[in-house]
Design a protein around this ligand. Structure first.
Ligand SMILES: [Zn+2]
Ligand SMILES: [Zn+2]
Length: 377
């Protein structure tokens, strides 16, 4: 990095407010710290929720972005290897694990739930406010200052638009694990956004024999098929839930061993329940925020059918393992994973991207699958 180079970051000034691109000095990383030149940072539903002020722990102005891929720009003393022990040098591409826990306490070591660590510090992309040091602690910026010594990162040779899928895939892996998908399982993936598409990949990797993806629009369904779905059911062409259920049952010869719900409304949860075979599992990922309630009959909907309902909150409190696994799965190749990021947006358009994610899911005349901020654009 040159002496005169400066960093730029897209700062959300207030709840659903203006996003300003601000300038910063490049920090010199201390022992155990590093500086990353961000290549791409995925934008996900959580960013849209924070932007709308729905996460009380984040204060404004805020620098968001936690799906961070970039090249090491400067290494503090002692940073010589990634978390898997592979040597690193300036210029290497890495994916950064955003969450920061102590790694020593009862929750971290015994319960294996570092997400519940009492010494947990705000994750990158969640630290706030952004107008106080250490600055540059989120991915919607030209540089990330990994100011917490011991930040977990992994070297990767994957293209940035593939490596940036680490988080959505780790969420999908959580869902597929909780759904108990195994060799020969029949699976319904409900919803074909980024998480749903990654769930298709995860279910295929786990050994599913037959996968039906229910969603839309057509471009996403084509991608679902290319990623491993055997059949797709288009919401636009089959708008009636009862007819959709018949289509799914026809495709699978009955209900599914596992349903991965990523659609995200109470009504879609009820529909997903009806797609589970007796004895099967519904893993619900989609209702990530409170969107209301539905009628539920414990006898008819649950006991009599001997089914299991698993609540799957993001990549889980033990997400670190899944982050690493996700990178390994993404590295297998052979799939059009580079087509998931549908829109690469410059810092100056971060607000438009946040608005699109929270609303119409359409930008520049095309449907959004996955948005990412490209600070080099
Ligand atoms: Zn995310
Ligand atoms: Zn801990």
């Amino acid at each position: 990095m040159s002496e005169t180079e400066r960093a730029r970051a897209a700062i959300v000034t207030d709840v659903a407010g203006a996003v300003e691109v601000r300038d910063y000095d490049l920090p010199r990383p201390g022992p155990g710290e590093f500086l990353l030149a961000v290549e791409l940072c995925g934008m996900c539903g959580t960013d849209a929720h924070i932007y709308r002020g729905r996460l009380a722990s984040v204060h404004f102005p805020a620098l968001l972005g936690h799906e961070i891929v970039g090249r090491l720009a400067a290494l503090g003393e002692g940073v010589t290897a990634d978390h898997a022990g592979r040597p690193v040098r300036v210029g290497d591409r890495v994916g950064v694990f955003p969450a920061l826990s102590c790694g020593r306490c009862y929750e971290c070591t015994v319960r294996g739930r570092p997400g519940s660590c009492p010494d947990r510090r705000p994750s990158y992309g969640f630290a706030s406010p952004a107008d106080r040091p250490p600055y540059l602690t989120g991915g919607f910026a030209t540089h990330l200052y990994a100011s917490n010594a011991g930040t977990v990162f992994y070297r990767t040779d994957l293209a940035p638009e593939v490596a940036v899928l680490q988080e959505p895939l780790s969420v999908a892996l959580h869902g597929v694990e909780r759904a108990g998908v195994r060799i020969g399982s029949t699976v319904v993936v409900q919803g074909t956004g980024a998480i749903g598409l990654m769930a298709v990949v995860a279910a295929r990797t786990a050994g599913a024999a037959r996968i039906v993806a229910v969603g839309g629009p057509a471009a996403r369904l084509a991608l679902a098929a290319a990623l491993g779905a055997d059949e797709v059911v288009d919401l636009d062409r089959v708008p009636d839930p009862a007819t959709r259920r018949t289509a799914v049952f026809d495709a699978l010869g009955g209900g599914a061993d596992a349903v991965i719900g990523t659609a995200g409304s109470p009504e879609s949860f009820a529909e997903a329940l009806g797609l589970v075979a007796d004895g099967g599992v519904l893993a619900e990922l989609g209702n990530f925020t409170d969107r209301g309630s539905i009628p539920f009959n414990p006898y008819a909907d649950l006991l009599k059918r001997d089914i299991t309902i698993a609540g799957v909150y993001g990549a889980g409190p033990d997400m670190q393992r899944r982050y690493h696994t996700a990178l390994t799965v993404l590295g297998r190749g052979g799939l059009p994973l580079d087509q998931l990021v549908s829109h690469r947006m410059p810092l100056s358009r971060a607000r438009e991207a946040l608005e699109a994610l929270g609303g119409g899911y359409s930008l520049d005349g095309s449907d959004v699958v996955k948005l990412a901020i490209d600070p080099t654009a």
